[in-house]
Design a protein around this ligand. Sequence first.
Ligand SMILES: [Fe+2]
Ligand SMILES: [Fe+2]
Length: 239
Amino acid sequence: MLSRRFILTARPSVLRIPAHILRPTAAATVRFNTTFPQKNQAAESFTARKPVEVLIKNDHRSFEELYDRYKKNAGNAEEQQAIINELIREVAQHSIAEETVVYPLIEERNILGSGEHIADHLRQDHFEVKKLLLKLDKMRVGDKGFDETLNNVMRVLKEHATEEETKELPEIAKVIPEPERIDLSKAFLRRKAISPTHPHPHAPDKPPTLEVLAGLPVAPIDKLRDQTRKFAERRIPQE
Ligand SMILES: [Fe+2]
Ligand SMILES: [Fe+2]
């Protein structure tokens, strides 16, 4: 496993997205050493060319593809565990990226005329997903109740993703110009790259407190835990 050093530098926005949404932390520069099994994620964060709703939908498709692959690999517990490890990591990082990049924007732009209410409701969904995901993270494939917990994760996740894709994301695409949504994509990928890789349902889910969690203290510990884990590949491109 390769050890990489990341230096992620935020640049000031020339558009209308507030700087605190585009920056990974309050500080302009974040440095940390960690092993990092996600291929080229840091590099991709600087080359995003698609608007943020495309990246979000691709993540949702990846969750579904991993779930399908888990079912197709019945009888191969090792491969199934690697698939679940990847699912847990992807959902954990996707959630924090949305909470720090997308949901504050829903509030600030008052999306659908009730931005604050909608963002709180979406955060509540994330809380339910994270609680179930944490339960799953403490189990192993084949444990009693494992499939039931996984099915519950996917059910709540699917309902939540469907709402985002049919309500909030189309509205964001309507009211925010594409260059700003591409800038949001870059911020979204940067966030994912530095976010914890395991669910932390009782951690703050609103900036600015979330900034602390999404940055330094928890993510390297999570990534250290990941060193002993095997991860299945992601087959749905991020962009
Ligand atoms: Fe979400
Ligand atoms: Fe989502």
